[in-house]
Design a protein around this ligand. Structure first.
Ligand SMILES: Cc1cc2nc3c(=O)[nH]c(=O)nc-3n(C[C@H](O)[C@H](O)[C@H](O)COP(=O)(O)OP(=O)(O)OC[C@H]3O[C@@H](n4cnc5c(N)ncnc54)[C@H](O)[C@@H]3O)c2cc1C
Length: 310
C-alpha cells in the first residue's frame, strides 16, 4: 500500500516513512497531547525518538510467535518532570537503524513511563527477527503517539470494536477508558475474531469487562474444534456443541463462524437509536478492508468519519 503522507515534505521525512500506508501517518499528524498530559504540563518523553529498555519478555499462551514486550523509559526513568503519554487508540513507531515499524501499546504507565505491546512475529519479517532476538535490558527507540482517535465521554456513543487476533491488544485501553469512567454513558460491543479459543488473547480481561452494564462481547471462532468424533469429522464444533458450551465462562458468547454483515446487523439491532454509532476496526490491512465492506453493507448508516482503523 502507498504511504499516505504528502510527498512535499522532503527526503529526510520520506526516509522516516515505515511504508505501511498507516491511516494516521505521523508525518502528517502532529501528535496532540491527551487532556491528562495537558493538565500535567509536563513534556512527553516519546515525542521524539527516545530510548526504552526491555524489562520483560514473555511468549503468550505457550506460543513463541506471540510476544508480550514490556518497555521502560531508559533515560532517567526516575525523573518526575516528564511523562509518557500514549492515549488509547494510538500507536508508536519503533526504529532500528533504517527499519521502521508501528506497534500499538495495550498498556501504558503515564508516570513511570512504561508501556507494553503484544507482537505477532511474522516469518522472514525483518523487525520480527529483531524482536525475537531481544534480550532483557536491550534498548530500543520509539516515537509517538500516532493516531487521531479521541473519545469524548460527554457524548454517549455505541462503540462497536471489531478486533482480529493479537490486534485485540490495542482495543483493551479503549474499553477501559469507557468503563473506568462512571459518568460515561457509552455502550461497547466488542467483537473478537480469532481462529479458535486458543487464539483469543486477553480472555480474562474480556470476562472482567463483561461484569459492566454497558459492555458486551462476542467471540467469532470459525475453527474452534473439540475432541469429539462428530466435531473432528466436521472440522469444527457445531454451534450447539456440548463441549463448546461447557468451555464457555459466565457471560461469554462464542459463535462458530466468521463475522459477517448479518451478525453486525444482529448486534446493532439492540442499539438505543439515540446513541451515535462508532466503529473501530483493529487488525491487519486485509482484515480492515473486509470489515469495512461488511460495515458498508450493513443496514444501519455509519458516517465515514466515525469509522476508525487502528
Ligand atoms: C498502525 C499499525 C499498528 C501495528 N501494531 C502492531 C502490534 O501492536 N503488534 C504487531 O505484532 N504488529 C503490529 N503491526 C504490524 C507491524 O508494524 C509489523 O508489520 C509486523 O511486526 C511485521 O514486521 P516485520 O518487519 O517483521 O515484517 P514485514 O516486513 O512488515 O512483513 C513481512 C511479511 O508479512 C506480512 N505481514 C506483516 N504483518 C502481518 C500480520 N500481522 N499478519 C499477517 N501478515 C503480516 C507482510 O505483508 C509481509 O508480506 C502494526 C501495523 C500498523 C500499520
Amino acid at each position: 500500500m502507498e504511504p499516505s503522507h504528502s510527498s512535499d515534505q522532503g527526503d529526510s521525512l520520506e526516509s522516516e516513512c515505515c511504508g505501511n500506508g498507516c491511516a494516521n501517518c505521523i508525518l502528517d499528524n502532529k501528535p496532540k497531547p491527551s487532556r491528562r498530559a495537558q493538565l500535567s504540563g509536563q513534556p512527553n518523553v516519546i515525542l521524539d525518538y527516545a530510548d526504552f529498555r526491555l524489562v520483560h519478555k514473555e511468549a503468550l499462551m505457550g506460543d513463541d510467535k506471540v510476544l508480550l514486550l514490556h518497555f521502560a523509559y531508559a533515560v532517567g526513568s526516575d525523573k518526575d518532570d516528564c511523562i509518557l503519554d500514549i492515549p488509547p487508540g494510538h500507536h508508536v513507531m519503533l526504529r532500528i537503524g533504517s527499519l521502521l515499524r508501528p506497534y500499538s501499546p495495550f498498556w501504558t504507565d503515564f508516570v513511570r513511563k512504561e508501556f507494553k505491546i503484544l507482537v505477532k512475529l511474522v516469518l522472514d519479517g525483518p523487525m520480527s527477527q529483531h524482536l525475537a532476538d531481544l534480550h532483557i535490558d536491550d534498548v530500543l527507540q520509539f516515537r509517538g503517539p500516532i493516531g487521531s482517535y479521541l473519545h469524548d465521554a460527554k457524548i454517549a456513543k455505541y462503540i462497536i470494536i471489531i478486533a482480529q487476533g493479537v490486534a485485540t491488544a490495542p482495543t483493551i485501553p479503549l474499553v477501559e477508558e469507557v468503563l473506568d469512567n462512571e459518568d460515561d454513558m457509552s455502550r461497547i460491543c466488542h467483537i473478537v475474531c480469532a481462529r479458535d479459543m486458543n487464539h483469543v488473547y486477553f480472555r480474562d480481561r474480556l470476562l472482567e469487562f463483561a461484569t459492566y452494564w454497558n459492555y458486551q462481547s462476542c467471540l467469532y471462532l470459525p475453527h474452534q474444534q473439540c475432541d469429539t468424533i462428530v466435531c473432528q469429522e466436521k472440522g469444527h464444533c457445531s454451534q450447539d456443541c456440548d463441549e463448546l458450551r461447557k468451555s464457555l465462562r459466565y457471560r461469554e458468547r462464542a459463535k462458530i463462524q466468521r463475522f459477517d454483515v448479518h451478525q453486525l446487523d444482529v448486534h446493532v439491532s439492540s442499539i438505543n437509536k439515540e446513541l451515535l454509532p462508532i466503529i473501530i476496526i483493529a487488525g491487519d490491512s486485509s482484515f480492515q478492508q473486509s470489515i469495512k465492506k461488511i460495515v458498508a453493507a450493513a443496514e444501519f448508516p455509519v458516517f465515514e468519519e466515525n469509522i476508525y482503523l487502528l
